[in-house]
Design a protein around this ligand. Structure first.
Ligand SMILES: [Zn+2]
Length: 240
């Protein structure tokens, strides 16, 4: 391929701006804030699931608390009524004995039900404490995510500005540029890790950083200036 030496030399400027664009795109894609946001989303979802589970347990336990009270009321009322009959002295001795036995039974029953009620109320109390803790965690997380999003947007904004400037510079550099040379450079660049052109610095190709053999050097030096030569080590376009 033939190309004016000035066009060939300009490839090094195009390479420079392409390297910059590549690096800016990588930076944009790999912002630590993006990984942090993804992690925060996982934690936020887990927190949401924990909140729903906690709410369900609270509703169920509130029903248990109501039921414990409802179970207790008739037993207490009956105990009170029986105790009154014992106290008013209206019962015969046989009836009185039976009534005293029943009262003892009712007292034991009340004690058992009260223990159960206490247990369920304690459970409700700890579920409510967990609910408050989850609400606090959600609020904290929400403001952390908000700050993270703002930081991410700010960084992306800065990178986008740099990218736009680099792309504008590339448009300028490639305007009125030989399209076959540009296509060759881009093809090599895309298959060779983002670098399509090297400069011969002494005996070394800046594309692959390898010293060139005397035979290769002879070839580079003897080729006409408008001949597009390729590095014999890495096959990139070589600017002499
Ligand atoms: Zn090379």
């Amino acid at each position: 391929m033939k190309a004016a030496p000035e066009a060939q030399a300009r490839l090094l400027d195009i390479q420079k701006v392409d390297t910059q664009i590549l690096s800016l795109n990588n930076e944009r894609k790999n912002l630590p804030e993006l990984a942090q946001l993804a992690q925060a989303k996982v934690e936020w979802n887990a927190l949401g699931a924990a909140t729903i589970a906690n709410n369900t347990k609270i509703s169920d336990t509130e029903i248990e608390v109501d039921k414990a009270e409802k179970d207790l009321n008739p037993v207490r009322q009956r105990l009170e009524k029986n105790q009154k009959r014992i106290d008013d002295g209206s019962l015969g001795s046989k009836e009185l004995n039976a009534m005293i036995d029943e009262v003892e039974n009712l007292k034991r029953r009340v004690a058992t039900l009260e223990d159960e009620q206490l247990e369920v109320m304690e459970r409700l109390e700890s579920l409510n404490a967990e609910r408050d803790k989850l609400a606090k965690q959600r609020a904290e997380m929400q403001s952390a995510i908000k700050a993270l999003l703002a930081r991410k947007d700010e960084l992306v904004g800065v990178l986008d500005k740099k990218l736009a400037a680099a792309q504008a510079e590339r448009v300028e550099l490639t305007a009125a540029f030989p399209s076959d040379l540009l296509a060759l450079y881009e093809r090599i660049r895309d298959r060779a890790g983002g670098i399509g052109v090297g400069k011969l610095e002494g005996k070394r190709c800046s594309g692959c950083q390898l010293d060139q053999s005397p035979q290769a050097m002879d070839h580079y030096n003897s080729a006409p200036k408008d001949e597009v030569v390729r590095c014999e080590s890495c096959d990139r376009i070589l600017i002499r």
